[in-house]
Ligand binder design. Structure first.
Ligand code: IPE
Ligand code: IPE
Ligand code: MG
Length: 259
């Protein structure tokens, strides 16, 4: 990232989503259209990641969550999976210094134990090195699945209750009991979900956390995603009325503090 830190203290514009979550889709088709191997699209996708992180910082977005590799993506050809792993390693090695210098805190969520030890070690180092940064929290979802997340949270809650004894284990489980065990408990739920590449589906991304997120789909392939496309998504988000189950009149009549 070539942006200087002096330009980063931009105050958040009214209506800017605090948390944007993106399914970065269409890398393969971007490459195929150019008669390139699919993996060339993944390499270009990394450039779009850099641009998007920078654009979000400039706009005062506090949390950016990117779906990089789903629980289901292991089903792809071995060469493509191994290219993605190499790309992940080189991105972790090369970008962490810049992320850190720009005040970005990195989190990686997903079943990381499935990755090779080198990746797990780089992730641990990167998270540790950036843990005190506060400008933007960048989360990379890798070997992530929304169902996995809910299941691992339920297992942790059950294990915690079991330690507390049989009475705690028999006590009812509420939403508020499970939520702290979800892998992104450190972040507010996404305000805006963006999926590039033209498909209109969630593909097992943040299932619990997207309950009231505004959804935005664009036909642009991920390598072509840029600040202008991000602004279109944010502009559309700003037109939406978030009612959270209430009526429009109730929302308009409130001072913006809905309980
Ligand atoms: C998204 O692009 C990247 C990953 C899922 C890793 P795709 O690789 O899914 O690209 P398309 O959808 O085949 O074009
Ligand atoms: C979703 O994209 C996962 C990521 C972007 C990492 P896919 O390309 O894997 O989604 P499906 O299989 O078409 O739903
Ligand atoms: Mg795809």
């Amino acid at each position: 990232m070539g942006f200087s830190s002096s330009t980063l203290a931009v105050p958040e514009a009214p209506g800017t989503p605090r948390h944007i979550a993106i399914v970065m889709d269409g890398n393969g088709r971007w490459a195929t259209r150019r008669k390139l191997p699919r993996v060339a699209g993944h390499a270009r996708g990394l450039d779009a990641v850099r641009n998007t992180v920078e654009a979000c910082m400039r706009r005062g977005v506090e949390y950016l969550t990117l779906f990089a590799f789903s629980s289901e993506n292991w089903r792809r050809p071995g060469e493509e999976v191994s290219f993605l792993m190499k790309l992940f390693i080189s991105a972790l090695e090369r970008e962490i210094g810049k992320l850190s210098a720009n005040g970005i805190r990195l989190h990686v969520v997903g079943a990381l134990e499935a990755f090779e030890p080198r990746i797990q070690q780089l992730v641990r180092e990167a998270e540790l090195r950036t843990q005190d940064n506060h400008r933007l929290t960048l989360t990379i979802a890798a070997n992530y699945g929304g169902r996995w997340d809910i299941l691992q949270a339920a297992r942790k809650l059950a294990a915690q209750r079991a330690l507390q004894g049989p009475e705690a284990l028999a006590a009812p489980f509420e939403e508020a009991d499970l939520a702290p065990h979800l892998s992104m408990a450190y972040a507010p739920e996404p305000d805006l979900f963006i999926r590039t590449g033209g498909e209109q589906r969630i593909s097992n991304f943040l299932l619990w956390q997207l309950a009231y997120t505004e959804l935005y789909f664009t036909d642009k392939f991920w390598p072509d995603f840029d600040a202008a496309t991000l602004d279109l998504a944010i502009a559309e988000f700003q037109q939406r009325e978030r009612r959270f189950g209430r009526t429009s009149a109730q929302v308009k009549g409130s001072s913006g503090h809905l309980a």
